[in-house]
Ligand binder design. Sequence first.
Ligand code: PGA
Length: 247
Amino acid sequence: MRRVVAGNWKMNHGPSETRAFLDSFEMPTGEGVPRVLIFPPSVSLAAAVAHPGRPGGLELGVQNIHFEASGAFTGEVSAAMALDAGATLTLVGHSERRHVFGEDDATVARKAAAAAAAGLTPVVCVGEKLEERRAGDLASVLLRQLDAVLDLLPGTAEWLLAYEPVWAIGTGETATPADASQAHGILRERLAARGWSGPEVPVLYGGSVKPGNARELMDAPGVDGVLVGGASLDPTDFSAIVEAGRR
Ligand code: PGA
């Protein structure tokens, strides 16, 4: 499977900074390069889409959508609107959406299904908090989050999964490659047990990925790529992480 390197800019890089990033981002090319996805704030999407120096092959997404198609939902955007604006993917269920904005498993699942129905590829994020891990609940938390999505997602959907342990996000704490492999194994086994027979689902690791640790994480068995927050904001660092994913 072709590796995937994704950058989640969170609430960083408005339109001007997006243009500046693309002015200096050097996208690795040639044999074995990963797919490269960037998730800017939705107000910066148009700047990225229209940028004359946008590297060919760079895929753009939004960080969140609403599950309804339109209506009285102040501040929200729908999957169809994101698609119309030039996004081809959306993050769904990022831990900040779950834990800062209170999205539950059912909401995350509805968003994933709405994205897939509109033709926007969902990147579904799952992950346990530190106290859940310490209590021995790693598998039960991941499976609860995954099952909710599998209950609603059509079997033909193209989608990606991202394992992001909440304790490793923005903390400088990185899961070891063995931790990542263990969690990815749990997710893959469940996909198989639930009879997933749709398109192959790449499983990414996220949480304090940097140029210095990206390669060992991507080399870990079961890891198909990385979802990068902080280090994706710097064009040089992000380019180095993409290069680290070359096969
Ligand atoms: P981080 O964020 O790389 O800054 O830890 C990862 C994420 O939240 O996707």
